[in-house]
Design a binder for this molecule. Structure first.
Ligand code: MGD
Ligand code: MGD
Ligand code: SF4
Ligand code: MO
Length: 713
């Protein structure tokens, strides 16, 4: 028997690079050659199998009769019956918007689609949103505004292979997508990041530059660079005339931001701005890529817009061998925002307030379009409304650990405590799961079928290599079972292929059109990037070659101006904190803190501080510090980093409890995308008042996990 007969081809469960994986019959993971990862995986991918048989894995539905009582195991019928009964009672007494749903960009396309339909049809609630609001929503809004479409990378990752120059604004890909670095090896890199990250080190080694702006001032940096582009004669006039609109309005603002003036705000030298603009303008194959560092701000949409305006002025988007793109984050960060789990959206990237969209989707769902609720609250606003008068009294969470990952975590804890009912579907007992009234154990990536849409808009097959442990159900089975228990109208199949075929019909004619993407074509190895409007359509690996997606075919340069971060330093809070990721941990850490090899790399939360700043605050390397903002405190071990700005400290957000970075973050929202300002808050630093960082929660179900074994397909 050939090895491929017994091992299954799938993709890593974690980030949007979706590296190719093999999974053997006993669950062993190996790297699989795929264009995005070129045979590589990061440490998280290599160790991903550890959670399949982890002693803390959830393997039975758990319920409790009060928040102070412990969990006890129960059967699925009892668990789903309880949830359905409580939801029905709340709806009857308080109306459908008294129940809410929170989804995630890690869910497969099928789950995201069925969850959105479940909320609107089975629960009849407008109150659904997802953690993608925390993720790429500002770039999504900026992309829609500028290009008329939101696809993270409008070209395949492999197009970067022979780039001459790549500007990375707020992206630390050497840690967040390590195998992506193999596509950046020929290019000279320019990294824009307040910290000297491993990616910034690579930029310097490549003969490029590291520009370290003050957190929250990229917009001014990009305006200063647009100014330099025009004044130094680098504007691509023919492109701007042919392919864009709005230059004059954008220039009216940029003309006031000569580089020396921008330097005074962002701290990057005018000379460096001019150098980068010259490099960008004179390289023949060049890209500007953004990620969360540019986006997670109260003015993130405008900040990404400023980077797009610069790219348009230099003629990058849609030109062969050049472009602008945003690196998505979660495994299905792209697909997760296309199929209707967003509060303002229906499948196919349609707007929920568009009558034609409602008519189309109502017909696919077999319901009266007027019965589909209107837009609901965005993620942070939804969390903030829980248990308040007029707000939801029940919350169903699929695939997010909001207690650790949402801004102002203390306030989130209060809101969860104010609920009548919290239901969490998860694979491990993370912090949010531990607060649930009903905890539903679900299958993991290696145990289920589905599709994911990666950072290049390519639809990929997730395949089942193993049967889930007895007692565990797939998310689709859970949603389908709940719909049945609620006597919902319409169909809620648990079979992923049936769900996907319905999703294709629902997406038909929409912006994110998946009509022509089928399991059969994907399984035959076709590389299908959406839009793919028909079975005989080859898909669209590259967008914008001839036209942008606005009706007039032009990209829009939207005028944007500098705005200070929502919170500034003062005598009480003299430093800025920014937050982000480290290589070994993923997101809220619910999964990776439970993997021994990864926990060994970074076992506890730390705070990066410049040695002078540490000394000024009576701290030394290795000591515990309290990082305190107007909202709360994060207790973390000091890591002295001589390359860091002296006005800024950095916290990774992968830890919970007293070590949660989100104890200090600011829930201020971007007015357009409703994305929170994770990347800037004012804090003070002091020696910790407690002696140790918080330990791990053992969870309720520490027992060995048995797989049914075999391929189980
Ligand atoms: N190891 C690991 N990899 C991951 C993830 C993970 O949790 N761990 N998560 C995945 C997901 S969901 C996402 S969204 C991506 C995120 O991938 P990235 O966006 O690369 O990750 P972050 O660390 O959030 O932010 C990138 C950088 O922005 C910088 N930054 C902070 N403030 C500013 C600013 O004002 N301007 C600029 N220019 N930069 C700033 C930070 O110092 C940080 O180094 O990673 C994905 N991959
Ligand atoms: N301070 C700060 N906060 C941030 C960020 C930051 O940069 N700084 N980044 C933000 C970003 S970009 C993101 S994407 C969010 C992410 O943060 P979260 O939304 O908390 O994401 P995860 O930690 O991936 O949570 C996933 C949870 O779902 C479970 N899970 C995994 N797969 C599945 C599945 O298929 N089904 C179900 N039902 N459960 C599953 C996991 O075990 C875990 O408990 O954090 C945001 N928070
Ligand atoms: S880079 Fe992302 S997809 Fe690839 S192995 Fe690491 S976590 Fe998985
Ligand atoms: Mo993300």
């Amino acid at each position: 028997m050939r090895p491929d007969d017994i091992r299954t081809a799938t993709h890593c469960p974690y980030c949007a690079l979706q590296c190719g994986q093999w999974i053997g019959p006993s669950g062993a993971v190996d790297a699989r050659d795929f264009p995005t990862n070129a045979g590589g995986m990061c440490q998280k991918g290599w160790t991903s199998a550890a959670l399949l048989t982890h002693p803390q894995r959830l393997t039975s539905p758990l319920v409790r009769d009060s928040r102070t009582a412990g969990f006890r195991e129960t059967g699925w019928d009892d668990a789903l019956g309880r949830v359905a009964g409580r939801l029905a009672a709340l709806r009857a007494e308080h109306g459908p918007d008294s129940v809410a749903v929170f989804g995630a960009g890690g869910l497969t396309n099928e789950k995201a689609y069925l969850l959105g339909k479940f909320a609107r049809v089975a629960l009849g609630t407008s109150q659904i949103d997802y953690n993608g609001r925390f993720c790429m929503s500002s770039a999504a809004a900026a992309g829609n505004r500028a290009f008329g479409i939101d696809r993270g990378l409008p070209f395949p990752v492999t197009d970067l292979d022979d780039a001459e120059l790549i500007v990375l604004a707020g992206a630390n890909v050497a840690e967040t997508m390590p195998p992506l670095m193999s596509h950046l090896s020929t290019a000279r890199l320019v990294v824009i990041d307040p910290r000297r990250t491993p990616t910034a080190e690579r930029a310097i080694a490549s003969g490029g530059l590291h520009l370290a702006p003050r957190p929250g001032t990229d917009l001014v940096l990009a305006l200063g660079m647009l100014h330099a582009a025009v004044v130094d004669g680098h504007l691509d006039l023919a492109y701007v005339d042919d392919r864009t609109s709005g230059f004059d309005d954008a220039w009216r603002i940029a003309s006031q931001w000569w580089p020396e003036r921008a330097e005074r705000v962002c701290g990057v030298s005018a000379a460096d701005m001019r150098t980068v603009v010259r490099l960008l303008a004179t390289s023949s194959r060049r890209y500007v890529l953004t990620a969360r560092g540019a986006e997670q701000h109260a003015h993130g949409v405008d900040t990404v817009t400023a980077w797009i305006n610069l790219s348009l002025a230099l003629g990058l988007p849609g030109r062969p061998g050049s472009g602008f793109g945003t690196i998505t984050g979660q495994g299905n960060g792209q697909g997760g925002r296309e199929h209707g789990q967003k509060s303002d959206q229906l499948p196919g990237y349609r707007r929920i307030d568009d009558p034609a969209a409602r008519a189309h989707v109502g017909a696919v769902w077999g319901v009266d379009p007027d019965s589909i609720p209107g837009p609901g609250r965005s993620a942070v606003e939804l969390l903030d409304s829980l248990g308040r008068p007029g707000g939801p009294k029940a919350l169903l969470v699929f695939g997010s650990n909001v207690l650790v990952s949402a801004p102002d975590a203390r306030a989130v804890a209060d809101r969860l405590d104010a609920l009548d009912l919290l239901v969490v579907a998860d694979v491990v007992p993370g912090e949010t799961a531990m607060r649930a009234d009903v905890l539903l154990p679900v299958a993991q990536w290696a145990e289920e079928e589905g599709t994911m849409t990666n950072l290049e808009g390519r639809v990929l097959r997730r395949r089942r290599a193993l049967a889930p442990p007895p007692g565990v159900r797939t998310d689709l089975e859970v949603i389908s079972g709940l719909a049945a228990a609620l006597d919902a109208p319409g169909e809620f199949p648990a079979d992923p292929q049936l769900v996907f075929d319905e999703l294709r019909r629902a997406s038909s004619g929409g912006i994110a059109d998946y009509t022509g993407v089928s399991y059969a074509r994907l399984d035959a190895g076709e590389a299908l990037h959406w839009p793919c409007p028909a079975e005989d359509h080859p898909g669209t690996p590259r967008l914008f070659a001839d036209r942008f997606a606005h009706a007039d075919g032009r990209a829009r340069m939207v005028p944007v101006d500098h705005v200070e971060p929502d919170e500034d330093v003062d005598a009480g809070y003299p430093l800025l904190v920014t937050t982000g990721r480290v290589l070994a941990h993923y997101q809220s850490g619910a999964q990776t803190r439970r993997v021994a090899e990864l926990a060994a790399v970074d076992p506890e939360v730390f705070v990066e501080v410049h040695p002078d700043t540490a000394a000024r605050h009576g701290l030394a390397d290795g000591e515990l510090a309290d990082v305190t903002s107007r909202r709360g405190t994060t207790t973390a071990r000091v890591r002295c980093v001589p390359t860091l700005r002296t006005d800024t400290v950095f916290l990774p957000f992968h830890f919970g409890g007293a070590g949660a970075a989100n104890n200090v973050t600011n829930p201020a929202l971007d007015p357009v995308s409703r994305m929170p300002e994770f990347k800037v808050a004012a804090v003070r630093l002091a020696p910790a008042t407690t002696g140790s960082t918080p330990g791990e929660d053992a969870g309720p179900a520490a027992k060995p996990v048995a797989h049914a074994g075999g391929s189980g397909v």
